[in-house]
Design a protein around this ligand. Structure first.
Ligand code: ATP
Length: 257
């Protein structure tokens, strides 16, 4: 088991954003987190990466309790994420954006950063090479010198994934990666996430695009008003009465089938 969410709750003032949620993710799975707007999905990502600490409950990663670890420590342990709203450096090249993602794993200390030692130059070369490989993986190598802001929307989302991969995660969290994508972009996103899985990386994905979720995910948890409504395979989720009632809706159910 890679990640265990154990009885996690989060209150913001009077709002119970998450209530006693438990689920766990196996190594190599693509695991979906779905539910209506405001169900608590992004809050769950914010707790896993410790933007906030849970009000109660524990988060266990590879057998270690990471609930109270600082965000950068969690990245070092191997969890990396993308954001619902794209967070690239708009006036930096695609290559530099990916290299920034790799820096959190770089060994360069303050001394070598100031004096640019030989070892730092070597490390910079390695980061560049790795960033180029990742750009190739996400199909953006030809745009390596293009400012992020000049890339098409779907390309920016792929660039965000490349940047997250630069820190060598074993668990990748994707927050609505298909948002705003057209059908063609969504199809190539599917291929990319499958490729990430084949590299041995476990994926936890928040997504509203139901056909994509149902095609992509091995298992799914459905949140509703901060509570776990259901957990299961895409087939089980699509036929779960409570889920259909609260989220998928009768019409959407017909569309998915
Ligand atoms: N920092 C915060 N301060 C106060 N309330 C918050 C905070 N973050 C989230 N909430 C509240 O917690 C609830 C869950 O929000 P969250 O963003 O996790 O939902 P979501 O499932 O990701 O929704 P969406 O699909 O719209 O992104 C909402 O009622 C939201 O207003």
């Amino acid at each position: 088991m890679v990640l265990k969410i154990q009885n996690v709750s989060k209150n913001f003032g009077g709002i119970n954003a998450l209530k006693d949620v438990t689920f766990s993710i196996n190594e190599g799975e693509i695991y979906g987190l779905i539910g209506p707007n405001g169900a608590g999905k992004t809050t769950m990502f914010n707790l896993i990466t410790n933007i906030f600490e849970p009000t109660s409950g524990e988060i266990i990663f590879n057998g270690e309790n990471i609930t109270a670890l600082k965000s950068y420590k969690i990245t070092e342990k191997g969890i990396c994420r993308t954001y619902q709203n794209i967070r690239l450096f708009p006036q930096m090249s695609a290559l530099k954006n990916v290299m920034v993602g790799g820096h959190c794993r770089s060994n360069a200390g303050v001394f070598s950063s100031v004096f640019r030692t030989k070892s730092q130059r070597k490390e910079e070369q390695e980061l560049t090479k790795k960033a180029e490989e990742l750009l190739e993986l996400v199909g953006l190598l030809e745009f390596k010198d293009t400012f992020a802001e000049n890339l098409a929307y779907g390309q920016q989302r792929r660039l965000e994934i490349a940047r997250a991969l630069a820190s060598n995660p074993s668990l990748l969290l994707l927050d609505e990666p298909a948002a705003g994508m057209n059908e063609k972009e969504t199809d190539s996103l599917y291929d990319l996430i499958k490729m990430v899985q084949s590299m041995g990386i476990t994926v936890l994905i928040i997504e509203h695009d139901m056909p994509l979720v149902m095609k992509l995910c091995d298992r799914i948890t459905v949140l509703n008003f901060g509570e776990k409504l259901a957990e299961g395979t895409p087939e089980e989720i699509q036929s779960n009465e409570a889920v259909i009632e609260a989220y998928l809706g009768k019409e959407e159910e017909e569309e998915i089938a």
